[in-house]
Unconditional design. Sequence first.
Length: 441
Amino acid sequence: MLDHWLSEAWRLVALVVVGVIIGAITGYYSLGILICIVPYLAYHLYNVYQLDQWLRQRKISELPEIGGVYEELYHSVYQFYRRGRAQRRRLTDLLSRFRKGTAAMPDATVVLQSSNEIEWFNHAASRYFNLRAQDVGKRLDNLFRHPSFLKYLSQGNYVQPLLVQSPNDSQLSLQIHVVPYGDNQRLLIARDVSRMQRLEQMRRDFVANVSHELRTPLTVLTGFLESMSDNKDEKISDWSHQIDLMQAQASRMQLIVQQLLLLARLETDVGPPRKNPVDIPEMLKAICSEARALSGEREHDISLDSDDSLWLLGNHEELRSAFSNLVFNAIRYTPPHGKIHVTWKSSDGGVRFAVKDTGIGISENHIPRLTERFYRVDVGRSREAGGTGLGLAIVKHVVQRHEGILKIDSVLGEGSEFSCEFPVSGVIAPPRANDQASTLS
Ligand code: ADP
């Protein structure tokens, strides 16, 4: 390659020398050099023009027959072009295989642009969302107008998936994930979870039915046990210890059945609870005095700091059950004379209920699983304390139904804090005395 450039350089030198000789003969050096150089420049100009024409072809097919430096130039450009073409073909192949793969995927995939315009979708997406080829470029939120989907898409927080019914088939439950990527683009993936939902529903129904069926025989059993323990007959009083044990176990079973039924109700009732103004400060006073009675000889130091001007819109029974569970747990898992502090105060985003104790605490690895039903750090201890393992599962559901968040902070051996934060939208001021009077009348 270097040879061509060297001979080109020599050619130029030779031309200049010829030009100088002509200059020496005629006495006009500049003219002599010009006469030799101009055809040389014209030759190169022509070749550059040819190169430009060659490069402008739609498809560069073959190398022209040409020698010298231009042969090298054409060759390098041609190699570069072929490498680019091979790479482009590989990429197109990859893209088309990727598209074929995604198109065949059982999960629906939709590529969305910044304003929710559809850029591409696969077969499953057309089935689940009723999309057609002409919908490319249209906004997905104009085509699928389910309120929770619109809210989910616009909020921009896609950590949790969304569960919705398909607009094409109400029997189809879809779990939607949105993955932001690239330049303001998003990938929407929808999976058919109908089977899982049906199984989950069957599990819920089963637990609810079993609990319901157990309720009547348990009531009969506890009734008989009660009359036996009241009976002063000598034959029966020999069994008094066993009867007491049976009574305790029957009450435990009754509590489990009652809590399972409550959980089943909370799970089935997916919508928000019917909301009424709830006097939380008054409720907490009552819970704290019940807690003192429960503490009894263990003499816990129970204190309450509540803002009486903060009421909450919600379901009285559900909130009472959640808050009392947390306060009674603090009593159960705090040694005698320990401190339990209950607060109800406004916080940054709304209002916060918290129970802080100086109890046994919980090690970090247990915390994420505490709200699973029947999950207990120490099963023996929980049973001994009269626990069922269902309390925190109930609390979590109630708090979620009131759009709140349950937080658990704990240090093993030092104590725990269970807190529930509710959004400001649920907070209301207590009704004035005459409002209450008119409501009562
Ligand atoms: P249980 O009826 O067993 O108390 P919960 O669902 O209410 O069931 O609580 C689950 C587990 O969480 C308990 O068994 C206990 O191990 C732990 N736990 C709950 N509250 C506290 C607390 N305040 N301090 C320490 N451990 C606690």
